[in-house]
Design a protein around this ligand. Structure first.
Ligand code: PLP
Length: 362
């Protein structure tokens, strides 16, 4: 079957180089070979997350660590900041973990604002909050720095941040932001196959986790720290993913972090340019559009052009590209184009050509 290139916002297209690394022969995860592999990556991961803390590797999709964070650092009550499908789900997950949880819900398409978080935290009810930096379902990027600045006012509140679809596409300075948990699944902006999550914790989060009784084993942050000190993981990791990550980190540092962030800015701006040129508007509130994907308005909000998304998707797929037809309750009334990972202006132009062709037939 002919390969259809992924331009959905996760999983994204995986390069042949990454795949080759992913298929490396297995080694023992307690042997020196594995330790050397992880130890070599550690400083690169720390540079990528702008942290002095150890960066952990979890063999799970992002939800594993998203749930793990709840289990490790929530004692009293968690504030789940909600602005789309993934962030909304985190409230449900918190409750399923048996935690007291409350929603800070804003309409889909809007970002989470620092003033709203401040008002909730001022009640003194919360000892943790969850925030999704880049809400992939709506294409909204919330102002992380402004929200993280509240940490100074509420030092005892654990700030748990999902950067699943922004990490490596946008600069996120973990230590400087002062947040407590930062995580990302690797099938989004890292452009690895799904199944691995990269994350780190503040010393305060680790200290708090150590006092949490029912934090389980598989996602025990204290175990991750203890093992990472020896360049190991608590349980057998997906070793193929670790090889793939090592290969990707080579690529990332060969390109340079700033150049990588600048490339993501260019490709997302080009995508917005394609949409605007074709008469579309955007689903996110102006000024809060994601830097790694574009959520095009297609009737979910007033204004702009409306097309038959299923038809457009099919035509584009026949030309070898998969785009997303909208997520959850905005399926069909939005569609999403991913520009994260390895995409360049040249590869995006190939997608735009296929989209232009598809638009002719509508
Ligand atoms: C994809 C995604 C998730 C969920 O990731 P899984 O790999 O399904 O666990 C969580 N948060 C965001 C922002 C995402 O884009």
């Amino acid at each position: 079957m002919a390969h259809v290139k992924l331009h959905i916002p996760g999983p994204v297209e995986v390069s042949p180089k990454t795949f080759k690394a992913f298929c490396s022969p297995m080694i023992g995860h307690r042997g020196q070979g594995f330790k050397d592999l992880y130890a070599k990556m550690q400083p690169q991961l720390q540079q990528l997350l702008y942290t002095k803390q150890l960066v952990y590797l979890s063999t799970s999709s992002a939800w594993g660590v998203m749930e793990g964070a709840i289990r490790n650092v929530v004692h009293k009550k968690v504030l789940n900041c909600m602005c789309g499908a993934f962030s909304d789900k985190w409230l449900d997950v918190s409750k399923r973990c048996g935690k007291e949880a409350e929603a800070l819900q804003v309409p889909w398409g809007s970002p989470i604002r620092a003033e709203q978080v401040d008002a909730k935290l001022a009640t003194g009810q919360f000892d943790a909050l969850t925030l999704i930096h880049n809400e992939t379902s709506t294409g909204v990027m919330s102002p992380l720095a402004e929200i993280a600045a509240l940490k100074k006012k509420y030092p005892d509140v654990m700030f748990i941040v999902d950067a699943v679809s922004s990490m490596t596409g946008v600069k996120i300075e973990f230590d400087a932001l002062g947040i407590d948990v930062l995580l990302a699944g690797t099938q989004k902006a890292f452009a690895l196959p799904p199944g691995l999550t990269v994350f780190t914790c503040s010393p305060a989060a680790l200290a708090k986790a150590a006092t949490t009784k029912d934090r389980g084993y598989y996602f025990d942050f204290v175990e991750f720290q203890k093992n990472a000190e020896q360049s190991m993981t608590p349980s057998t990791p997906s070793i193929g993913h670790v090889y793939a990550l090592a290969s990707k980190l080579e690529d990332i540092f060969a390109e340079g972090l700033d150049a990588r962030f600048a490339r993501h800015k260019k490709t997302v701006e080009a995508t917005r340019g394609w949409a605007t040129k074709n008469g579309f508007t955007f689903y996110p509130d102006a000024g809060f559009e994601s830097m790694t994907l574009t959520c095009v308005n297609n009737g979910a909000k007033p204004g702009g052009r409306v097309v038959d998304v299923a038809k457009l998707q099919k035509s584009v797929k026949d030309q070898g590209f998969l785009i997303d037809g909208g997520y959850g309750k905005i399926k069909g009334t939005t569609f999403r184009l991913s520009s994260m990972g390895d995409e360049t202006e040249a590869t995006m132009n190939q997608l735009f050509a296929a989209l232009d062709n598809g638009m002719k037939g509508l």
